[in-house]
Structures are given as structure tokens and as C-alpha cells.
Design a protein around this ligand. Structure first.
Ligand SMILES: Nc1nc2c(ncn2[C@@H]2O[C@H](COP(=O)(O)OP(=O)(O)OP(=O)(O)O)[C@@H](O)[C@H]2O)c(=O)[nH]1
Length: 394
């Protein structure tokens, strides 16, 4: 028994409700509970007046007046308190609306089915349920009202006197008007809030998408040059090789490295070195076809994949690319820098069938190009046992 209040508080939805478990502040009511309480507080008071005028016209007994006060002035607040502490406030609200309908059926019977009174009681009972539970709710309201009528019928005979006084009719009209106005206003307010929330969500979604694109970009590209990074190479090379295997075509892989890049850094500064790397990246991209892929492999090493290219054609393209780079000095940080490249070439399937082996072959060829004096292109030649010395410079 002791832990019951705590359990209850922990089932409240929302952090504000959780906060209530630590302080004496009452929990915040569910929106449906609040909305129906506001609706009931206003429209029930008016409805009570309308029904009161009918009770007056029928010279109703004192206990009927007492019931009227209970139903239309006290009952809405009792329901609010019940909804406030309910574990499932929405479900509780549906039960409240069914209770409304049952009571309204009873009142319609007690007041001899005065047409205007019965009409507004039916509208009051069914519109809310219709909004909450669609046509099923409307049907439920009808059934609950019928049960209310039957209950009265069990206690006393039912009479059918449809007429009502002018005062009752006017009060009924005013009540109906007020009920519909409050209902419409609530619906409009909720629709506006929903619309605002939806556009906020849409904006948030756009932001998340843009962030995701940025993160993908950062994960795939080298920040200095904007080229694809080594991770992307490791992802795409095996797939490309597989596609070449299926289509029975060749793929050339070129690994290249700036000659004496450390000296450029030392002489002209790291910023100038960065600019040289960026300039080389642009040079590679401009010299490549759309199907070629350029990667920054790391440091001053770059890698180019030439799909569907035999080794001879790749060599020619590598030579053109190397010569063009060496032939155009670059202006970096107010210095003119002459840089050259060493390139190592290997091809699928002639030199290797797997990504890792192909990379190693190209690296061997690059090593050989450096060893032979730099500023040249070397192709891997598979002469065993010493592959490094067997690399040929074409
Ligand atoms: N500016 C700059 N320097 C870098 C970057 N990444 C690596 N380096 C430098 O690049 C240099 C690479 O030098 P190496 O390739 O080992 O040697 P090298 O001077 O190019 O000589 P060889 O390759 O033998 O011709 C090192 O000094 C690194 O510090 C970078 O992003 N920016």
C-alpha cells in the first residue's frame, strides 16, 4: 500500500509530471482532460440553466434541483480530478464522455423528452465522442443515452412531452451556440498548434538531413583537398575489382607521391605545402575522366583508379599527367615552387587479382620510381624473387 502513490506519480507522462513526484506541485492534466474540463465548466453551467428552466416549468421536486446542481456544477470538477490522477487520462476521458451521455439520456427522460432539451443533450453527448472516436463514438453516445433512458424507465414511467417554454428554448439555443463555439475554438487552436509543430518538425528534419550529409561528406572526404579518403578507397576498390572481374575488363591503379615534399614544407612553410597538395588534387581531378577515381591516400601520397584501362594506356596517361604537373611551377605563399611527382602503376588482372595485392604492387612500383631518381612513372613487373628491383620504368 505504501508504494502506491509513488507508482502512480511515475506513470505520469512528461517530465513535468515526474517533477511532481519530488515536490508538492499537482501534476499537469492531459490536454484532453483540460479541454473537456473547460468545455464542461462553461457549457454545463449553461446547460444546467436550460434544464433548470424546464424543471421549473415542470414544477420539479427539490431533489431534482439537487441533482441538477450536482450534475452541472459539481460533476465536471469531479471528472477533472479523476482525469488528473488517471493512469491513462485519454481512456478516462472517453469513459467520462460515456458517463456524460448516460446522464444526459437520463435527464432527457426525466424531463419528458422535451425536444429542445433532448436535442442539445444529444448534441452535447455525441459531438465530443464523435471527435474522439469517430462514428463509433457517436454510436456509443447513442447507446449510452438509451441506457440512461432505460434506467429512468426502470424507476418511473416514461412520458413524452416535446414542447418547451420560450425561456427553455432560448437557453437551449444559447447553450448549443456556446458549446459549438468553445468546441470550434478548441479544435482551431489545436489544429494551429499541430500545424506549427509539424512545420517545426519539418525544419528539424531538414537540419538533421543537412547534418547527416555533412557527416557523410566528412566521413568520405579528405578535408584539405576534398578528395575521397583512404576509407572510401578501401570500400570501393574491392567492389570495382569485382565488377571488372565480372565484365572481364582491366583496371589500372596509380600511386603517386610528391618528390621531396618535406623540403617544400621546410623551405616555404606548412601552409605552402598544404597549397601544393590542394593544387595537385585539382590537377589530378582535371586530368581524369569522369569514371576515374582520385583519392588522397595519406600525407603527400595520392591514388588514382583508372577503370577499364589497360596498363599501357594507363602509363601514357600517367606520363602526361606527371609531365603537365612538373611543367607548371606553382605560386605558393609568395614563392614559386617547382614540384615533381613519382608514380607507381599496377593493373588488374595482370599484376594482381585482389585489392590488397594490387596496392602492394603499385607501392613497389612507386618505390622503384623513387629509387631510380624520382619524377618518373614506373610499372610493376612481376619478376620473382626480388620484385622491387624487377620493377620496370617504361
Ligand atoms: N603541408 C603538409 N605536409 C604534410 C601533410 N601530410 C604530411 N605532410 C608532410 O609531408 C612530408 C612527407 O614526406 P615524405 O613523403 O616522407 O618524404 P618526401 O620529402 O616527400 O621525400 P620523397 O617522398 O622521398 O621524395 C612529411 O614531412 C610530412 O610532415 C599535410 O597535410 N600538409
Amino acid at each position: 500500500m505504501l508504494d502506491r502513490p509513488c507508482r502512480r506519480l511515475h506513470t505520469f507522462r512528461g517530465s513535468h509530471r515526474m517533477a511532481a513526484s519530488h515536490t508538492a506541485v499537482a501534476p499537469r492534466a492531459h490536454w484532453a482532460v483540460r479541454m473537456n474540463w473547460k468545455n464542461r465548466s462553461t457549457s454545463f453551467a449553461l446547460l444546467g440553466l436550460a434544464l433548470g428552466s424546464q424543471v421549473q416549468a415542470q414544477h420539479g421536486a427539490v431533489w431534482l434541483w439537487g441533482l441538477l446542481v450536482l450534475q452541472f456544477l459539481v460533476y465536471p470538477h469531479l471528472l477533472y480530478v479523476r482525469g488528473l490522477y488517471a493512469d491513462h487520462p485519454r481512456k478516462a476521458e472517453v469513459q467520462h464522455m460515456l458517463a456524460d451521455a448516460l446522464c444526459f439520456g437520463a435527464w432527457a427522460a426525466v424531463l419528458d423528452f422535451s425536444l429542445w432539451v433532448s436535442f442539445i443533450l444529444f448534441v452535447g453527448a455525441s459531438v465530443n465522442l464523435l471527435a474522439f472516436r469517430s462514428w463509433l463514438g457517436w454510436l456509443e453516445a447513442l447507446v449510452a443515452m438509451a441506457v440512461g433512458v432505460l434506467l429512468v424507465g426502470l424507476v418511473r414511467p416514461l412520458h413524452f412531452v416535446p414542447d418547451s417554454s420560450m425561456l427553455t428554448t432560448v437557453l437551449c439555443m444559447a447553450t448549443l451556440m456556446a458549446f459549438l463555439a468553445v468546441f470550434a475554438q478548441n479544435s482551431y487552436r489545436r489544429a494551429t498548434v499541430l500545424h506549427q509543430q509539424r512545420s517545426q518538425l519539418r525544419n528539424k528534419l531538414e537540419e538533421i538531413r543537412a547534418l547527416k550529409d555533412r557527416l557523410t561528406e566528412q566521413a568520405e572526404r579528405d578535408p584539405l583537398t576534398g578528395l575521397l579518403n583512404r576509407r572510401m578507397l578501401e570500400d570501393s576498390l574491392p567492389r570495382l575489382l569485382e565488377s571488372c572481374r565480372v565484365r572481364q575488363t582491366s583496371l589500372a591503379l596509380m600511386l603517386l607521391d610528391v618528390d621531396f615534399f618535406k623540403q617544400t614544407n621546410d623551405r616555404h612553410g606548412h601552409a605552402a605545402g598544404d597549397q601544393l597538395l590542394q593544387s595537385l588534387a585539382r590537377h589530378l581531378q582535371h586530368s581524369c575522366r569522369s569514371q576515374d577515381m582520385v583519392f588522397r591516400y595519406g600525407g603527400d601520397e595520392f591514388l588514382v583508379l583508372f577503370p577499364d584501362t589497360p596498363i599501357e594506356a594507363a602509363w601514357e596517361r600517367a606520363q602526361t599527367l606527371r609531365q603537365a604537373f612538373a611543367g607548371s611551377p606553382r605560386r605558393l605563399e609568395r614563392h614559386t615552387v617547382h614540384a615533381t611527382l613519382s608514380c607507381g602503376l599496377a593493373a588488374f588482372p595482370v599484376h594482381a587479382g585482389q585489392a590488397k595485392a594490387l596496392m602492394e604492387r603499385a607501392d613497389d612500383a612507386l618505390y622503384r620510381a623513387k629509387a631510380l631518381g624520382r619524377n618518373r612513372v614506373a610499372v610493376y613487373a612481376a619478376c620473382q624473387p626480388d620484385a622491387r628491383t624487377a620493377c620496370t620504368v617504361l
